[in-house]
Design a binder for this molecule. Structure first.
Ligand SMILES: [Zn+2]
Length: 251
């Protein structure tokens, strides 16, 4: 019998956001040689992630690296402090995301926020400016290695490009256990899959195509950064999501 060599642990990171409880689900992927955290929360989240890791019998001290799926603030914000605390950590990113994470290119989320600003109702503008400040304050971090579509890391984790939410966004697939770490390719809301923040998805058509691509994989366990884990009715839920976003009519 083949024994499993890659284990995926889902961390449950609870916090309060404007007085409302919220939860993020980063993961730790472990094999014989490496222990990799996938996405690391907002700035200041290290103690919360450490607590969540300890609930799984793990510690951030064991980490050998961090993989960032895309440069949104809730995935990247905590990276600098993690790297300061554990300087030997390797930082892995999708190839398209690397210049944004290392600060060589301006955040596409910040550019989007700036371009939408004038069209916002007056009562949303102070909140929007605050969000822009948060994005400007994300500390950039040097990237040690980049990965492209179809490449494998940790001897069995496949990189799946899932653009739309952001151009360089990737999901991670572990064929051995048919586990998909979706990141923000989709979220779980009220038990159903949904596109993450459709109004702020940089390319909604591409995001829906990415969901169709995921539907072609054999997935037993779906892990969403927002919404958590499901093992039930994955194919049907993906089909229902796709059907809610029919292609625009050809004129
Ligand atoms: Zn995101």
């Amino acid at each position: 019998m083949m024994t499993s060599s890659i284990v995926v642990y889902v961390l449950e990171v609870r916090f309060y956001n404007n007085g409302k409880e919220d939860t993020l689900y980063p993961v730790i992927i472990k094999n014989e040689h490496q222990t990799i955290l996938v996405d690391c929360g907002y700035a200041g989240f290290m103690p919360l992630i450490e607590d969540a890791a300890q609930k799984q019998g793990l510690s951030l001290q064991e980490l050998t690296g961090v993989f960032i799926t895309h440069h949104d603030i809730d995935h990247l914000g905590g990276l600098a402090e993690l790297k300061n605390r554990y300087p030997t950590l390797d930082v892995y990113t999708p190839v398209i995301e690397a210049p944004y994470i290392s600060g060589k290119e301006k955040s596409v989320r910040l550019m989007q926020a700036e371009s939408l600003f004038e069209s916002l109702p007056e009562d949303q503008k102070s909140g929007a400016l605050y969000f822009q400040e948060l994005l400007k304050n994300v500390q950039s971090v040097e990237v040690d290695a980049v990965f492209s579509e179809g490449e494998t890391f940790m001897e069995g984790v496949q990189i799946i490009n899932t653009p739309g939410h952001m151009p360089g966004h990737v999901s991670l697939y572990v064929p051995e256990s048919q586990t998909l770490i979706a990141a923000d390719a989709l979220v779980i809301e009220h038990g159903e899959f949904e596109i993450a923040n459709p109004a702020f998805t940089l390319d909604l058509g591409a995001a829906v195509e990415s969901v169709k691509k995921l539907k072609r994989l054999e997935i037993k366990r779906m892990i969403c950064y927002h919404g958590g884990v499901t093992e039930e009715e994955i194919v049907a839920k993906l089909a229902r999501l796709i059907s809610r976003y029919p292609p625009p009519p050809v004129l």
